[in-house]
Design a protein around this ligand. Structure first.
Ligand SMILES: Nc1ncnc2c1ncn2[C@@H]1O[C@H](COP(=O)(O)OP(=O)(O)O)[C@@H](O)[C@H]1O
Ligand SMILES: O=c1ccn([C@@H]2O[C@H](COP(=O)(O)OP(=O)(O)O)[C@@H](O)[C@H]2O)c(=O)[nH]1
Length: 235
């Protein structure tokens, strides 16, 4: 795989390191180095980052918040991660721009497709916060949406497991790992590695999803070379 432009989905936990919440400096440096390396190799890299290391909407429901307010707090967390990644990637030597689907112009650019494409074609890593900018969604669906509208060849789901399994491998040790499967199969089997909405959007956009573990240094570069353990979810 020598893609021209990819969309990397990073969950919030990927930035938290061993403590599992907030931001871990060493983890940010390691992630940014991988991303900067890919960018220097000439790949245009868009990133959609989650916010689970700060807040997920569902957590708000048992705090007496309504879903929309809880999701707004969650989206703010994704922008916090986008700002941290922008700084870390620039510190690693690659130009980067955070853009938010929720306009907050004093903190970062507001997302606009044309502007994001201009940044990508000028060799900047674009980090997309705020997900879809709407409640009742997650950043998995935001990632599929941005990958489709930015004409990315692949959606690279960087996560804590090394692919898509027949069940959550963290809960079911007997789960078996797929090398490849279709979006339809993932939806039919109700495989919760990504939301059903994200699989459906990727299916309709004919977008291949590559699910891999971000835990090892160099994992992203390996996936971009078509190497490393990963599951390919194809149309
Ligand atoms: N069928 C499945 N295959 C792989 N992972 C699954 C599956 N079902 C649930 N999961 C869980 O989904 C997680 C990936 O979703 P995500 O929200 O990105 O969390 P993470 O913080 O781990 O990236 C995995 O870490 C895994 O624990
Ligand atoms: O388009 C979106 C994307 C995210 N969120 C909210 O932001 C939170 C953090 O995003 P996500 O759970 O996808 O983060 P991740 O699991 O990838 O860390 C979600 O739980 C939602 O509450 C939202 O409302 N709309």
């Amino acid at each position: 795989m020598r893609p021209k432009r990819v969309l990397v989905k990073l969950s919030g936990e990927a930035l938290a390191g061993p403590q599992g919440t907030g931001l871990d400096g060493g983890t940010l440096v390691a992630l940014a180095a991988d991303i900067a390396h890919a960018s220097r190799e000439g790949v245009e890299v868009g990133i959609v980052v989650g916010g689970g290391n700060f807040f997920r909407g569902v957590q708000g429901l048992n705090k007496g918040l309504d879903r929309t307010t809880a999701d707004s707090i969650g989206m703010l967390g994704t922008v916090m991660n986008a700002l941290a990644l922008e700084h870390a990637i620039e510190a690693a030597g690659a130009p980067a721009r955070a853009m938010s689907a929720v306009p907050m112009p004093s903190l970062c650019e507001s997302y606009a497709r044309k502007r994001a494409l201009d940044h990508l074609s000028n060799g900047k890593v674009v980090i997309l916060g705020g997900g879809t900018g709407n409640p009742y969604f997650t950043t998995d669906t935001g990632a599929a949406l941005r990958a489709a509208e930015l004409d990315c060849s692949h959606l690279l789901k960087a996560t804590q497991v090394d692919g898509v399994y027949s069940a959550d491998p963290k809960k079911d040790p007997s789960a078996t790992r797929y090398d490849t499967l279709t979006h339809e199969e993932a939806i039919r089997r109700d495989l919760k590695v990504m939301d059903t909405a994200a699989f459906a959007l990727a299916r309709d956009a004919l977008l291949t999803i590559v699910v891999f573990s971000i835990a090892e240094t160099g994992a992203l570069a390996a996936v971009l070379r078509g190497e490393g353990r990963a599951t390919y979810v194809t149309p």
